[in-house]
Design a protein. Structure first.
Length: 144
């Protein structure tokens, strides 16, 4: 399970270094390469999946009824497979970076089975907005 925030910077080629605390969990037994899939999220970030988690997620997306066609396009049509290099760097394609406004400073957020990659300023603004808003109805039964 991936959790927690990491403040990172993209290098000149559009790569970020995966925090070392996640690398062992991403390494599949007996495999030399760490394979990931990156795609857009409609909230304005990128989703970074270990390949097995991506396969489970994409099956659910492919099973959507016809009215979910645009969601299929967003998630599946923008998905790119990447490999983490030996130095732990992950290349984020220019099309994906441009599509969500990621430039240099990013936040990698652990979301359980996957990560979200946000432009740092966008993440901060959206988080502050969420903190000011009342919690959604589905949170009514939770005690904090």
């Amino acid at each position: 399970m991936f959790k927690g925030p990491s403040s990172l910077s993209l290098d000149a080629k559009g790569r970020f270094s995966m925090p070392t605390r996640y690398r062992a969990a991403l390494q599949k037994e007996g495999r030399e390469r760490i394979e990931l899939t990156i795609t857009k999220h409609p909230h304005g970030c990128l989703m970074v999946f270990p390949r097995d988690a991506w396969e489970a997620f994409s099956e659910k997306i492919m099973a959507l009824p016809p009215e979910g066609q645009w969601w299929k396009r967003i998630f599946l049509g923008n998905a790119l497979d990447v490999e983490m290099d030996a130095a732990g760097r992950v290349l984020v394609a220019p099309e994906l970076r441009e599509g969500v406004g990621i430039d240099k400073e990013v936040m990698l957020i652990g979301m359980g089975s996957h990560f979200e990659l946000w432009d740092k300023a966008t993440h901060k603004a959206k988080e502050e907005e969420a903190m000011r808003a009342p919690p959604p109805e589905s949170f009514k039964g939770l005690a904090f």
